[in-house]
Design a protein around this ligand. Structure first.
Ligand code: TAP
Length: 483
């Protein structure tokens, strides 16, 4: 496929080059510091073109067991015994290596996952490095993080991550676990294994003692084998609520520690006194960032009735300018949908939205002919009971409702099984305090959206999960604290 097969929004293509790194034809599993062949392999494809990028190993029971054993050995013989300041040095080294190879990681992330290069370059990769830097700093200061407490590692941690932020989610999981003295077996998502495997290469280059980090690729079954392994002391899972519930059931009675970071259906609430143009940018960023494949996406918009016509008109005008196209083009705002399965899920929920009586609008621009694409979409005339209002779509689809009073906005915003994130746009500080305190969500942004920082704990309530990642709260979940 040539650059011209993609829709460019009228701009000349500004393509990121792909000749500065090497993708191997196939990748094995990273176990005990070695590359171990799996009995079977599966292909990982570029969702923008449908082309196979590489083949990766499918880890079965034997390989997962081998990885857990390697992690146990490294835990007992090396990592838990190493002076904390030495552990910190490895984390600093990994952080710096990510920075050095940032361009390579960004391009592979966009090719394997479909997200725009601007986002992988400016958000995913720098934040992944920032997570290693942040946790490197804590490694020898854990007694100051939890004053008065005895701080010990937990042991071997089984980590399972989703496909929407593959490298960043790996960093969120690996950095705090290592800083606290644990060893790891990590399973990336089936559709986006490549940056985790590149991270394995980098970890090898960093000289990290063998077996401290093991990376096993595979599908859901590989993840299940890992989280159910009897020698895993803690499970850290990020993914859908349905799988999170199944994992929690399977862990009942095992005594394993766990954190579950699950789905969301965030409310983005715009008051009539808000700075409207900024709020419109916040709405766009809230729902169309990463094609809406974001757990904390502002997928439900609540606009105060008095300004709803104005906001919707401005939003539609802005949506007309969004470029949907080649993820490697620096002009692209919305890249490819991660997989045909996810595209089907989006299409089914959009169909349900229309059937249930909501009113759909999409901009006039086209989408590329080949690959997985979905136009940025908004729905008005939505009811609280509509599936598009209640269920996580995980795509570039926004459900809009209106409200008259702050209390009405809060009641509607909290009427979902989820409780991950939210946003409030208003000129009044007092309203910000009232709304943020009233929203049943783990993370709430005021006059901004989708801002992430390693110092800030992230996580949800209700069906959005249990536990936090980032900040002191995230650190605590990788330690055994005794008082
Ligand atoms: P899932 O289908 O739940 O998959 C997540 C991971 O779990 C993948 O690696 C998956 O492997 C694996 N898996 C599947 N079945 C499993 C099982 N029975 N036992 C153990 N592991 C299993 O989610 P997804 O579609 O990849 O990701 C989207 C979801 O993640 C959304 O709901 C989103 O909101 C949520 N998410 C939440 C957060 C936070 S921080 N709350 C952040 C990002 C995403 P395969 O890929 O091979 O199926």
């Amino acid at each position: 496929m040539s650059a011209n097969d993609f829709f460019s929004g009228g701009f000349s293509p500004a393509l990121e080059s792909v000749d500065h790194f090497e993708l191997k034809k196939s990748y094995d599993l990273f176990i005990g510091g070695k590359w171990v062949k799996a009995p079977k392999q599966f292909a990982t494809t570029n969702p923008a073109t449908g082309k196979v990028l590489s083949k990766v190993g499918l880890a079965g029971k034997k390989e997962v067991n081998q990885a857990v054993k390697a992690a146990r050995k490294a835990y007992e013989n090396v990592w838990s015994k190493m002076p904390a300041a030495e552990r910190g040095k490895y984390l600093f080294r990994i952080a710096r290596l990510i920075q050095e190879r940032a361009r390579e990681f960004a391009v592979i992330e966009s090719m394997d996952g479909g997200k725009p290069i601007r986002e992988s370059r400016d958000i995913d990769v720098p934040l992944a490095a920032a997570h290693f830097f942040y946790h490197a700093g804590w490694a020898d200061k854990l007694n100051f993080a939890f004053p008065g407490a005895g701080v010990n590692p937990i042991g071997v941690v089984g980590q399972v991550i989703p496909w929407n932020f593959p490298l960043l989610m790996a960093a969120w999981k690996i950095a705090p676990a290592l800083a606290c003295g644990n060893t790891i077996v990590l399973k990336p998502a089936e559709t986006t294994p490549l940056t985790a495997l590149k991270l394995a290469e980098l970890i090898g280059d960093s000289g990290l003692p063998t077996g401290v980090v093991n990376i096993v690729t595979g599908a859901g079954e590989t993840g299940q084998t890992l989280v159910e392994h009897p020698d895993v002391d803690k499970v850290a899972f990020t993914g859908s609520t349905a799988v999170g519930k199944a994992i929690r059931r399977s862990m009942a009675g095992t005594g394993k520690r766990f954190t579950l970071e699950l789905g969301g259906k965030a409310a983005n609430i715009i008051f009539e006194d808000a700075p409207i143009n900024e709020a419109v940018e916040g709405i766009v960023n809230g729902i169309f960032f990463n094609q809406g494949h974001v757990c904390c996406a502002g997928s439900r918009l609540f606009v105060q009735e008095s300004i709803s016509d104005k906001v919707i008109k401005k939003l539609q005008k802005r949506m007309e300018t969004l470029v949907v196209g080649n993820p490697l083009d620096k002009n692209t705002d919305i890249g490819a949908i991660n997989s045909p399965e996810q595209l089907d899920r989006i299409k089914n929920l959009v169909k349900a939205g229309k059937q249930e009586g909501a009113c759909m609008w999409q901009p006039s621009g086209g989408v590329p002919r080949k690959g997985n694409w979905f136009k940025p979409t908004l729905f008005t005339e939505c009811a609280q009971s509509h599936r598009i209002v209640q269920e996580e779509i995980f795509g570039p689809v926004l459900a809009i409702q209106t409200f008259r009073t702050p209390q009405e906005a809060l009641t509607k915003a909290n009427n979902t099984p989820y409780g991950l994130s939210g946003g409030v746009w208003t000129d009044k500080g007092s309203k910000i305090f009232k709304m943020t305190a009233g929203l049943n969500a783990g993370v709430v942004w005021a006059n901004t959206f989708n801002k992430f920082d390693p110092t800030s704990p992230f996580g949800g309530y209700k069906e959005s999960g249990i536990g936090r990642e980032g900040g002191l709260q995230g650190l605590a979940s990788y330690c055994q604290l005794s008082h």
